[in-house]
Design a protein around this ligand. Structure first.
Ligand code: DQA
Length: 145
């Protein structure tokens, strides 16, 4: 069976490319989707790529992923630093979870240094811009094989 990877993007990531490009780069979310599709196809995997500005919708999708996917890659945006609900939802998923951020959280404001997601994740990739999403797929190679 072809592995299915759920890729979740949180609030404001729909604005990538124009939102604070000096921090997040000029690559759009559609560009990231394309880059990931290429890389996933090379591994023989399928992607389900989604973005929402709503915490509850992200929780619903994580619960959906619990039953229907083989792994989750998540950039929860600002909810990373606030959402116990997303942590609890991820903790209920018995699949590999990779946390991604475009920016290096630890070079930024101190409120960004804490992530509610990391305890539920296999690993964290941050600071490599859009490439971090492709690195997250790479990180799943051994895990999914
Ligand atoms: C982000 C970092 C978060 O602190 C911020 O709220 C975002 C984007 C990143 O990808 O670098 O929206 O998750």
């Amino acid at each position: 069976m072809t592995a299915l990877i759920l890729v979740l993007n949180g609030p404001n990531l729909n604005l990538l490319g124009t939102r604070e490009p000096e921090i997040y780069g000029k690559t759009t979310l559609d560009d990231i989707h394309l880059l990931m599709n290429k890389s996933a196809a090379a591994h023989g995997w399928r992607l389900d790529f989604r973005q929402s500005n709503h915490e509850g919708e992200l929780v619903d999708w994580i619960q959906w992923g619990r039953e229907n996917t083989d792994a989750i890659i998540i950039n929860a945006g600002a909810y990373t630093h606030t959402s116990v609900a997303i942590l609890d939802a991820l903790r209920a998923v018995d699949k590999p979870i990779i946390e991604v951020h475009l920016s290096n959280l630890f070079q930024r404001e101190t409120f960004r240094h804490h992530s509610y997601i990391t305890p539920a994740a296999l690993g964290l990739i941050c600071g490599f811009g859009a490439r971090g999403y492709v690195l997250a797929l790479e990180a799943l190679t051994d895990v999914l094989s």
